[in-house]
Write a protein that binds this ligand. Structure first.
Ligand SMILES: Nc1ncnc2c1ncn2[C@@H]1O[C@H](COP(=O)(O)OP(=O)(O)OP(=O)(O)O)[C@@H](O)[C@H]1O
Length: 559
């Protein structure tokens, strides 16, 4: 009897362990399928992923393949090299003569590859006018991943203006959301250039003006009710959310295009919930059941006979970034509809001597501009300021953008270079008020400032002509920061140099980060100690001046 009960206990323990094992394998299986987008969202045929189920037991277990939705796995590929793939503006079909003329007046004779592909795609999705998708169907959302400086801005500015050219009543029909004030300002400037003389109104809402002033720019109260003063809004997410909740008459119910620029960064900011607020406002049912009922829209759901009976203004999302995430789970937060991806991220085949071709070794995750030369300088903490001064004095670059990892580091480095003398220098960070930042940026653009020391506030999207060199004074910690920082040079097919100062203890991690991103070996640049020697005395004097200035600032703060 004793033996029997022992055996029973052993059997139960074995079964328990098997159940536990099966459960944990099930959990792993779930993890792999977590990557998937729901089929409805990805707009695919309902074919099950190849290995979403874990086979238990003694079967031959195959490794679980990572599953990418078809739209991510089979994108439309964009040419990487700008200069070799210019397309005369007249050769891209469907562009309004008015806009063609404007492009030429602004010195744009040819389109860059991203523009030649994306402009017709957006125009096609609105070929029946902005009130309806092509053939009455809801248009597909569009995602664009193309290098820094490859011309993504015009690829949405031109088609949006063209689609709205014939609008009769002024209503908010396009909304561009960007992460920073400076970027929003830059994009609104481009819209202003191309809407000039069309009657379309562009309004910038970023908090640079008072809230009341922005409200006045957005809506006007008339005896008949509120009317919109904006066709196209360019905004930062926080200020936009404030207007949605607090500005009477601010109406997004006619919104046709939602453009999310620097989309990967905007996804990171999604906890602010601004996207839900926009979508909610866009599908809000208007109280007055009057003139607009024909185009009254309801939140999209499954397509049914009833839902097809009356036209709906579609809301189409357009996403742009140089480092667009390929993580379906992250993209899912945006609620994309049958998205189409345009990307320049793919492995290129290299010709071999025998005439055949081979794939590149590392998997490419990001594409850098063709004209960019990169190198890194191994150094120690003490020699970093001297190295910067050495480069500035010997290389004679006219506009250098130098990045640090914090506002304090930017400020101290700025004070040090200023104390050293001989270099026109300025700083840029959220430490400074917006108007001062704006002035600094203008002077840098005009060539009055040789060296601009900045935090990552200027790392993304900022387009300053003539920046011929980017210096990472502090090595960036993340690859996306690296890509955007170095992308401030070598824009629009031009040449540029980026070099990174890397502490010896950081060297391995830094090189690994680049290698993992598929960025080919960057050159190592060694600077001999004797090249720095002539600067040492002046540098030490600058250090003591810096100390005094910092003490003065601290005393001022305390007072
Ligand atoms: N077709 C063109 N011909 C000549 N210059 C162009 C053309 N298209 C854009 N540019 C110029 O190229 C520069 C970079 O364009 P843009 O700022 O749109 O790049 P981007 O792809 O948005 O870069 P980022 O990812 O850094 O934001 C701008 O100065 C712009 O005026």
């Amino acid at each position: 009897l004793k033996n029997k009960s022992k055996r029973k206990k052993r059997d139960e323990e074995t079964k328990g362990a098997e159940r536990k094992k099966a459960r944990s394998e099930g959990a792993e299986g779930n993890q792999s399928t977590k990557e998937e987008l729901p089929l409805a969202a990805s707009g695919e045929e309902a074919t099950p992923p190849p290995s979403s189920l874990v086979v238990l037991g003694d079967y031959d277990r195959k490794p679980v393949q990572p599953f990418l939705p078809q739209w991510l796995a089979q994108p439309k590929l964009l040419q990487k090299r700008i200069k070799e793939n210019l397309i005369p503006v007249g050769d891209v079909p469907g562009i309004h003569p008015k806009l063609l003329k404007k492009l030429q007046m602004n010195g744009i004779e040819s389109f860059f590859p991203v523009q030649a592909e994306v402009i017709p795609a957006i125009l096609q999705s609105a070929s029946n006018g902005y009130l309806m998708g092509q053939g009455g169907y809801r248009p597909k959302d569009i995602c664009v991943s193309a290098p820094t400086g490859s011309g993504k801005t015009l690829s949405f500015v031109i088609p949006i203006i063209q689609v709205l050219l014939d609008r009769v009543v002024c209503q908010v029909r396009a909304l561009v959301v960007l992460p920073t004030k400076e970027l929003a300002q830059q994009v609104s400037k481009v819209f202003n250039i191309y809407t000039d003389g069309t009657g379309l109104k562009v309004v910038l809402i970023t908090g640079q003006k008072s809230f009341a002033k922005e409200q006045e720019m957005l809506v006007q109260k008339k005896v008949t009710g509120y009317c919109s003063l904006a066709d196209i809004i360019v905004a930062t997410p926080g200020r936009l959310a404030d207007h949605i909740s607090k500005t009477p008459g601010f109406n997004l119910t006619q919104l046709r295009f939602l453009i999310i620029d620097e989309a990967d960064r905007m996804i990171d900011d999604m906890h602010q919930n601004w996207l839900n607020q926009v979508v909610k406002a866009a599908f809000q049912v208007e109280n007055d059941s009057g003139s607009n009922t024909l185009f009254q829209r309801t939140k999209p759901g499954p397509v049914t006979a009833a839902s097809c009976c009356y036209p709906q203004i579609p809301l189409q999302k357009l996403l742009f970034s140089a480092t667009l995430t390929q993580d379906p789970e992250k993209l899912q937060q945006l609620g994309l509809f049958q998205p189409r991806l345009f990307t320049s991220v793919y492995s290129e085949k290299k010709p071999l001597i025998d005439g055949t071709e081979t794939e590149q070794d590392a998997e490419e995750k990001y594409t850098l501009p063709e004209g960019l030369s990169q190198c890194y300088v191994p150094c120690d903490l003490n020699s970093k300021p001297l190295l910067l001064l050495h480069f500035m004095l010997t290389m004679k670059f006219t506009r250098v953008l130098c990045f640090t990892n914090s506002r304090e580091a930017s400020h101290r480095l700025f004070l040090l270079v200023q104390a050293f003398g001989g270099i026109t220098v300025a700083e840029f960070s959220s430490r400074l008020p917006p108007n001062e930042r704006q002035r600094t940026m203008k002077e840098f653009e005009q060539g009055k400032i040789q060296l601009l020391i900045s935090t990552d506030a200027t790392a993304r999207g900022i387009d300053i002509k003539g920046v011929n060199c980017v210096i990472n004074y502090d090595a960036p910690q993340f690859i996306r920061a690296y890509i955007h920082r170095v992308g401030r040079t070598a824009r629009a097919g031009k040449a540029g140099l980026a070099f990174s100062m890397v502490l010896r203890i950081q060297e391995r991690r830094f090189l690994r980060m680049l290698k993992d991103a598929g960025i080919p070996d960057i050159k190592k640049h060694l600077v001999k100690g004797k090249s720095l020697k002539p600067l040492v005395q002046q540098y030490e004097e600058a250090l003591s001046k810096l100390e005094k200035t910092v003490k003065g600032e601290q005393a001022q703060k305390r007072a």
